[in-house]
Ligand binder design. Structure first.
Ligand SMILES: Cc1ncc(COP(=O)(O)O)c(C=O)c1O
Length: 452
């Protein structure tokens, strides 16, 4: 199923590059990490994408997380069509917003929630609120955790663990990151040292509830609880970013999976992706006393023209309502089958690999040893992943076009789709093994250039 050189995707990519930087509206879509031409998608249904050349792919991107139920789920389409028929945006409060917020409050420990339109807005607003609430300025984050393209979080670690950061991209002034501390993930000592030195200045620590943006790197047992306790001991707020994990790894996200067991409750949480059902909707929320500092109740300003958009809230509510226990059980079945297939075929091909999971979200690292932080993720083989990716694509399976991403499944991935992926794996594993095991060359990536 190789795409001919004169494909419509190639023609569209050439056209797009004339008018849009890199030809795409979000960097990872450009295939820079794997080479080649991105497939321009014309339509999607259930677990499948169809490109403009008529090629079909089993979709393991799922829009980078939102499509929990697959593409074109009937209940979501029905809700969206009904919403659209009533108008698309009013700029006034609606019943749909209340219902979506109630649904999220019912599933998570948040007491109050504010809707926004992207995960970036959610984390940016949560940090502003944490600073406004505590009257402190310093923010702690982890290398390899991505929280959207918020200036203060586009930071690369400084020269020492407890020193402040430098901008991770041109365009971010040093003044935006000089109050950000970037620490290695899963490293309790680094966290303790940073709080020992700067504790009385730290407004908040933000972490992915279970990182998926350096590939899936689960928190060590008790790590989130340790973070919550450390924050509490120093009067800082603990922000758990569940934009990716929320309503995907379980009905309540990562908090519902291990927080309820380990006993960590975030002061603030951020959500996105699944809660918008494929439309731009995201949220931040948490403790009522903290959220009451937000305008118009309190002094911390935050707003949005399309926040709580009626079409997006209808899609989000329909998605959450349809996300039953059976849906999560199916996600596990699909992910288990794919993980088992990868393990078997990669082992047979002599391809070193480590599969890491948080619920049904998983990553296949082409490396020998488990990955617990960003530095280790960077040491995995990028050329081998590119070979794997292209072989799978040629066989009709669309993996994420980057070695540092989660593979996402949906409840619409039926046995036929799963089998198609399994059938494609042996040839792809041989191609990856032939591509070799060079680790990433050149300057290490900063935690800021996680691409979405
Ligand atoms: C954990 C996490 N936080 C925040 C974001 C930013 O969300 P958005 O792309 O909607 O701005 C992402 C996006 O991938 C994410 O994975």
């Amino acid at each position: 199923m190789a795409v001919p050189l004169t494909s419509t995707s190639e023609a569209l990519f050439a056209r797009a590059r004339e008018v849009t930087p890199g030809g795409v509206n979000s960097p990872v879509r450009a295939f820079n990490a794997v080479g080649g031409t991105p497939r321009f998608i014309r339509s999607a249904s259930g677990p499948r994408l169809t490109d403009v050349d008529g090629n079909e792919y089993v979709d393991l991107i799922c829009s980078w997380g939102p499509m929990l139920l697959g593409h074109g789920h009937p209940a979501v389409l029905e809700a969206v069509q009904a919403a659209v028929s009533r108008g698309t945006s009013y700029g006034t409060p609606t019943e749909g917003e209340v219902a979506l917020v109630e649904a999220i409050v019912a599933r998570t420990p948040v007491e109050r929630l504010r809707l926004v339109t992207s995960g970036t807005e959610a984390t940016m607003s949560a940090i502003r609120l944490a600073r406004g609430f505590t009257g402190r300025d310093v923010v702690v984050k982890f290398a390899g955790c991505y929280h959207g393209h918020v200036d203060s979080l586009l930071a690369a670690a400084g020269s020492g663990l407890t020193t402040f950061s430098i901008p991770g991209t041109p365009g971010v002034p040093a003044s935006s990151t000089e109050l950000t501390l970037v620490l290695p993930y899963n490293d309790r000592e680094a966290v303790a040292a940073a709080f020992a030195e700067h504790g009385d200045r730290i407004a908040c620590l933000i972490t992915e509830a279970a990182p998926g943006n350096m590939g899936v790197v689960p928190p060590a047992p008790g790590f989130n609880q340790f973070l919550a306790e450390t924050c509490r001991a120093h009067g800082a707020l603990f922000i758990s970013d569940e934009v990716m994990t929320g309503f995907r790894v379980s009905k309540a996200g990562q908090w519902g999976t291990d927080g309820a067991v380990e006993g960590w409750v975030p002061d603030l949480m951020t959500f996105g992706k699944v809660m918008g059902g494929g439309f731009p909707a995201a949220a931040f929320g948490g403790r009522a006393d903290v959220m009451s500092h937000l305008a118009p109740e309190g002094p911390v300003y935050q707003a949005g023209t399309l926040a709580g958009n009626p079409v997006a809230t209808a899609a989000g509510l329909a998605t959450l309502s349809a996300a039953t226990d059976e849906v999560y059980a199916r996600l596990d079945v699909v992910a288990d089958a794919l993980r088992a297939g990868v393990a078997e075929t990669f082992t047979a091909a002599g391809l070193p690999h480590v599969i890491q999971s948080t619920g049904s979200m998983f990553s296949v690292f082409l490396t020998e040893a488990p990955v617990t932080n960003f530095a280790q993720a960077q040491a995995t083989s990028v050329p081998a992943y590119a070979a794997l990716f292209h072989s799978m694509l040629d066989q009709g399976v669309h993996l994420p076009p980057s070695a540092f991403e989660a593979w996402f499944v949906s409840s619409s991935h039926d046995d036929r789709a799963v089998q198609q992926v399994l059938d494609a794996l042996p040839a792809a594993a041989r191609a990856a093994a032939a591509a070799g095991f060079e680790a990433r060359r050149g300057a290490p990536r900063t935690s800021t250039t996680e691409e979405v």
